[in-house]
Design a protein around this ligand. Structure first.
Ligand SMILES: Cc1cc2nc3c(=O)[nH]c(=O)nc-3n(C[C@H](O)[C@H](O)[C@H](O)COP(=O)(O)OP(=O)(O)OC[C@H]3O[C@@H](n4cnc5c(N)ncnc54)[C@H](O)[C@@H]3O)c2cc1C
Length: 250
């Protein structure tokens, strides 16, 4: 079984993001970029499935600018067998990403799409769900455990009330949550080996997909600065302040 893993190039999660001077979005110039952490988890799971012989090939795919090649090299250094870059400089919404992934899935015919539950940059939580709907495939989101056997996947997923367990026939789309696994580091020898692994580039424009945006970003701004808190000496003082100053209790 082939596993396709979509990986997005995003601002590194250790960086404090800054709003661009013109308020059009988050500043990405000169900022450290990395593989989306949830995609790293989805990729780790695909590699583990291959190691357990439940999968035969792991293909990483990214949709984005030429620089997303670095993200794909990281994915291959972790263990992906090959990679595909669908190159575009356009800012894509989840629907456009899902449309591109659908076309690439029809070409690659994977038995499983293992992807992140969210990209940490635009926080839409939508791509996996839209992709599954467009393919007409079963989906399990927020996976915290995946077991593949006899052409189906058993997925434990975190819900408010506990853990829900789903069984889905393959092919399917599964999106990874934080507790699914702990991704491995890419070793130096594997980083060197990844340079020789195949990386195919396809121009998004050549796929004849309508990528017209449906959303318009009106403005991006920093959250308002919070006022400093105060430390009270006694519970009595706290109750007095809540009554007389904050007036939230009587
Ligand atoms: C009701 C609700 C409550 C929530 N509460 C919390 C909370 O309390 N705390 C919290 O931390 N989060 C919470 N979340 C999660 C979070 O707020 C967002 O839902 C999530 O971050 C959405 O991410 P996204 O839109 O960037 O995902 P998407 O953009 O839909 O991305 C999903 C996946 O698609 C793939 N992908 C996307 N773009 C590309 C690309 N260009 N190339 C290759 N692959 C790509 C990747 O695999 C990616 O991980 C909550 C979500 C919901 C729905």
């Amino acid at each position: 079984m082939k596993v396709l893993v979509p990986v997005k190039r995003v601002v590194d999660y250790n960086i404090k993001p800054r709003v661009a001077a013109d308020g059009s979005g988050v500043e990405t110039q000169g900022v450290k970029m990395s593989i989306n952490p949830f995609d790293e988890i989805a990729l780790e799971e695909a590699i583990r499935l291959r190691e357990q012989k439940a999968a035969t090939e792991v293909v990483a795919i990214s949709i984005g600018p030429q620089a997303a090649q670095d993200t794909l090299r990281t994915a291959m250094a972790m263990g992906a067998d090959r990679a595909i870059l669908v190159r575009t400089d356009a800012l894509l919404e989840p629907l456009a990403v899902a449309k591109i992934l659908k076309v690439m899935i029809e070409r690659e015919q994977p038995g499983l799409v293992s992807m992140g539950k969210q990209a940490i940059d635009d926080d839409m939580n939508a791509t996996g769900q839209m992709l599954a709907a467009m393919l007409g495939w079963p989906q399990a989101t927020f996976a915290s455990k995946i077991t593949i056997a006899d052409g189906s996947a058993e997925v434990a997923r975190e819900i408010d009330g506990g853990i829900e367990v789903l069984s889905l026939p393959l092919p399917a789309v599964i999106t990874a949550d934080l507790r699914l696994n702990e991704p491995r580091y890419a070793s130096l020898p594997n980083i060197m080996k990844a340079r020789k692994k195949p990386l195919e580039t396809i121009e998004a424009d050549s796929l004849s997909i309508d990528l017209t945006p449906h959303l318009k970003i009106v403005k991006v701004e920093e959250p308002a600065e919070r006022k400093a808190g105060i430390i009270v000496e006694t519970p009595h003082e706290l109750v007095t302040k809540l009554k007389t100053e904050a007036k939230v209790i009587s």
